[in-house]
Design a protein around this ligand. Structure first.
Ligand SMILES: [Zn+2]
Length: 149
Protein backbone atom coordinates (compact mmCIF):
# COMPACT_ATOMS: atom_id res chain seq x y z
CA UNK A 1 0.00 0.00 0.00
CA UNK A 2 1.25 3.43 -0.81
CA UNK A 3 0.17 6.63 0.75
CA UNK A 4 -0.44 9.19 -1.96
CA UNK A 5 -0.51 12.97 -1.81
CA UNK A 6 -1.49 15.26 -4.59
CA UNK A 7 1.28 17.72 -5.37
CA UNK A 8 1.73 20.61 -7.75
CA UNK A 9 4.91 20.41 -9.79
CA UNK A 10 7.29 23.23 -8.89
CA UNK A 11 8.25 23.56 -12.56
CA UNK A 12 5.30 22.94 -14.93
CA UNK A 13 2.60 23.38 -12.20
CA UNK A 14 0.72 20.21 -13.17
CA UNK A 15 -1.01 18.37 -10.29
CA UNK A 16 0.32 14.82 -9.82
CA UNK A 17 0.18 11.99 -7.24
CA UNK A 18 3.26 11.67 -5.06
CA UNK A 19 3.73 8.29 -3.35
CA UNK A 20 5.01 8.50 0.21
CA UNK A 21 5.55 4.92 1.27
CA UNK A 22 9.20 4.06 0.88
CA UNK A 23 8.77 0.36 1.53
CA UNK A 24 6.47 -0.68 -1.26
CA UNK A 25 6.59 -0.48 -5.00
CA UNK A 26 7.03 3.05 -6.23
CA UNK A 27 6.68 4.45 -9.71
CA UNK A 28 10.02 5.20 -11.34
CA UNK A 29 9.83 8.98 -11.33
CA UNK A 30 8.45 9.72 -7.89
CA UNK A 31 9.56 13.05 -6.52
CA UNK A 32 8.11 15.35 -3.89
CA UNK A 33 8.77 18.49 -5.92
CA UNK A 34 8.50 17.54 -9.58
CA UNK A 35 5.88 15.72 -11.66
CA UNK A 36 7.12 12.47 -13.31
CA UNK A 37 7.68 14.21 -16.66
CA UNK A 38 9.82 16.99 -15.19
CA UNK A 39 11.63 14.63 -12.82
CA UNK A 40 12.51 12.37 -15.74
CA UNK A 41 13.93 15.38 -17.60
CA UNK A 42 15.95 16.41 -14.52
CA UNK A 43 17.38 12.92 -14.06
CA UNK A 44 18.33 12.73 -17.72
CA UNK A 45 20.05 16.12 -17.57
CA UNK A 46 21.89 15.26 -14.35
CA UNK A 47 23.23 12.01 -15.78
CA UNK A 48 25.66 14.11 -17.84
CA UNK A 49 27.17 15.55 -14.67
CA UNK A 50 29.43 13.06 -12.91
CA UNK A 51 29.06 12.56 -9.18
CA UNK A 52 32.24 13.87 -7.58
CA UNK A 53 31.98 12.75 -3.98
CA UNK A 54 30.67 9.76 -2.10
CA UNK A 55 30.41 8.70 1.53
CA UNK A 56 32.76 5.88 2.39
CA UNK A 57 34.55 4.23 5.29
CA UNK A 58 38.32 4.48 5.57
CA UNK A 59 40.71 3.02 8.13
CA UNK A 60 41.50 5.39 10.95
CA UNK A 61 43.94 5.74 13.82
CA UNK A 62 42.12 8.70 15.34
CA UNK A 63 40.62 6.63 18.14
CA UNK A 64 41.10 3.18 19.63
CA UNK A 65 38.32 0.69 20.31
CA UNK A 66 38.70 1.45 24.01
CA UNK A 67 38.22 5.17 23.43
CA UNK A 68 35.07 4.53 21.38
CA UNK A 69 33.70 2.20 24.06
CA UNK A 70 34.51 4.75 26.76
CA UNK A 71 32.80 7.54 24.79
CA UNK A 72 29.74 5.36 24.29
CA UNK A 73 29.60 4.44 27.97
CA UNK A 74 29.77 8.10 28.91
CA UNK A 75 27.04 8.96 26.40
CA UNK A 76 24.75 6.12 27.51
CA UNK A 77 25.78 6.53 31.14
CA UNK A 78 26.28 2.76 31.56
CA UNK A 79 28.86 0.08 31.00
CA UNK A 80 28.62 -1.73 27.66
CA UNK A 81 31.31 -4.25 28.63
CA UNK A 82 28.72 -6.81 29.77
CA UNK A 83 26.92 -6.73 26.46
CA UNK A 84 30.13 -7.61 24.65
CA UNK A 85 30.77 -10.62 26.86
CA UNK A 86 27.19 -11.87 26.68
CA UNK A 87 27.41 -12.13 22.91
CA UNK A 88 30.29 -14.55 23.22
CA UNK A 89 28.97 -17.86 21.94
CA UNK A 90 30.81 -21.15 21.69
CA UNK A 91 30.58 -22.19 18.08
CA UNK A 92 29.86 -19.05 16.18
CA UNK A 93 32.62 -16.65 15.38
CA UNK A 94 30.97 -13.48 16.38
CA UNK A 95 31.98 -10.10 15.06
CA UNK A 96 31.76 -7.34 17.61
CA UNK A 97 31.44 -3.73 16.79
CA UNK A 98 31.13 -0.41 18.47
CA UNK A 99 30.25 2.80 16.70
CA UNK A 100 30.21 6.29 18.03
CA UNK A 101 30.03 9.80 16.69
CA UNK A 102 33.26 11.56 17.66
CA UNK A 103 35.04 14.74 16.63
CA UNK A 104 37.61 14.12 13.89
CA UNK A 105 40.87 15.46 15.40
CA UNK A 106 41.87 16.96 12.03
CA UNK A 107 38.65 18.67 10.95
CA UNK A 108 36.90 18.90 14.31
CA UNK A 109 33.71 17.70 12.55
CA UNK A 110 31.50 15.10 14.21
CA UNK A 111 32.35 11.88 12.37
CA UNK A 112 30.99 8.35 12.48
CA UNK A 113 33.65 6.00 13.88
CA UNK A 114 33.34 2.24 13.79
CA UNK A 115 35.51 -0.42 15.47
CA UNK A 116 35.16 -4.13 14.66
CA UNK A 117 36.86 -7.25 15.95
CA UNK A 118 36.17 -10.98 16.12
CA UNK A 119 35.58 -13.14 19.17
CA UNK A 120 38.56 -15.36 18.42
CA UNK A 121 40.91 -12.45 17.70
CA UNK A 122 39.96 -9.81 20.25
CA UNK A 123 43.19 -7.85 19.81
CA UNK A 124 42.90 -7.41 16.06
CA UNK A 125 40.75 -4.34 15.95
CA UNK A 126 39.92 -2.37 12.87
CA UNK A 127 38.79 1.20 13.36
CA UNK A 128 37.23 3.07 10.47
CA UNK A 129 35.53 6.38 10.00
CA UNK A 130 33.01 7.65 7.51
CA UNK A 131 34.21 10.43 5.24
CA UNK A 132 33.27 12.23 2.06
CA UNK A 133 35.54 10.72 -0.59
CA UNK A 134 36.83 12.69 -3.58
CA UNK A 135 36.16 10.20 -6.41
CA UNK A 136 38.27 11.92 -9.08
CA UNK A 137 41.34 12.61 -6.93
CA UNK A 138 40.99 9.33 -5.00
CA UNK A 139 41.45 10.95 -1.61
CA UNK A 140 39.51 12.14 1.39
CA UNK A 141 37.62 15.25 0.34
CA UNK A 142 38.88 18.59 1.64
CA UNK A 143 35.40 19.58 2.77
CA UNK A 144 33.87 17.42 5.46
CA UNK A 145 30.77 18.16 7.46
CA UNK A 146 29.27 17.14 10.77
CA UNK A 147 27.67 13.71 10.75
CA UNK A 148 23.93 13.68 10.13
CA UNK A 149 21.57 10.75 10.61
ZN1 LIG B 1 6.26 19.22 -14.01
Amino acid sequence: MTDTRMKRCTHCKVVYPYHLNKYSFLPKYNDSRHCPKCFKAIEKALKKIPIKFKKTFIKSNDYTREQLIKAQEIRLNKSIENKRILFNSENIEYQHSVCEKMPDPKTNKITFYYATWWDNKPDEVEVSKEVWWDIKNKKVADDQENYRE
